[in-house]
Design a protein around this ligand. Structure first.
Ligand SMILES: [Mn+2]
Length: 234
């Protein structure tokens, strides 16, 4: 299984061509693929807000999910994807997804329970009322611009600190419910926390910076981190 996080593919970052080249390479492998959010730089998955980049990515997911598992968990730059396009994926979640092997996939922007202001903001901008307004009101693009600006401001402030204690508490809650390993993105720096009982919390580094992906192979719970260009094709 290949884990990919934080590509932030966009014209703004001038990395669309590399992103689609990476998808092409993934399609040549035998691996399942899980996208850990913030894959496209900004995505409101509603009619009138999507463009060619979104459609091209979706059609790749639609086609490849016929051949392999293609999962997606929404990041803080993606809105209503699970609602609008769930059928294009093997699974697509606005929050966490736990698979049959007890592996949990989540973007990571919600693990810091102490960041109440952010969690409140996220609840509002991802709620059905906002979705309805964006679908039905003429001024809705202004709302979308406001949300995007807010995220960009937060982006500049980031990363202030890594919420180690909060992540620990979050992971413990899931371990208590039988989860074996957690895989996250969002923090951009890779990190592995291995516990004595063999359970793992792993943060997959951002693809955006060095084209790195995580490869989960065999029984091991820690993904090997390597550049996508070095993925072996059979
Ligand atoms: Mn993020």
């Amino acid at each position: 299984m290949i884990l990919i996080a934080d590509c932030h593919a966009s014209a703004r970052h001038d990395n669309e061509d590399e992103f689609f080249a990476c998808l092409e390479r993934l399609a040549q492998t035998r691996h399942d693929v899980v996208f850990l959010g913030d894959i496209l730089d900004f995505w409101i998955a509603l009619p009138g807000y999507e463009h060619e980049l979104h459609r091209r990515f979706l059609s790749w997911c639609q086609a490849e999910s016929q051949r392999r598992t293609v999962g997606f968990v929404e990041g803080n730059h993606e809105f209503f994807l699970a609602h609008s396009h769930g059928a294009a994926f093997s699974f697509c979640s606005a929050d966490e997804h736990v698979d049959a092997a007890g592996r949990l996939f989540v973007h990571g922007d919600t693990v810091n329970a102490a960041d109440r202001g952010y969690l409140r903001f996220r609840r509002v901008v991802k709620c059905p009322l906002i979705r309805w307004l964006e679908e039905h009101t003429p001024g809705a693009t202004a709302i979308a611009r406001m949300i995007k600006r807010r995220f960009e401001v937060r982006g500049r402030q980031w990363p202030r600190h890594f919420p180690e204690a909060q992540l620990d508490a979050y992971a413990q809650g899931w371990f208590d419910r039988g989860v074996q390993a957690l895989y996250l993105g969002h923090f951009h720096q890779g990190r592995v926390i291995e516990r004595p009982d063999g359970r793992v919390v792993q943060i997959i580094p951002a693809w955006q910076h060095d084209g790195l992906v995580g490869v989960l192979d065999g029984p091991g719970r820690v993904a090997e981190i390597r550049p996508w260009r070095e993925l072996p094709v059979p």
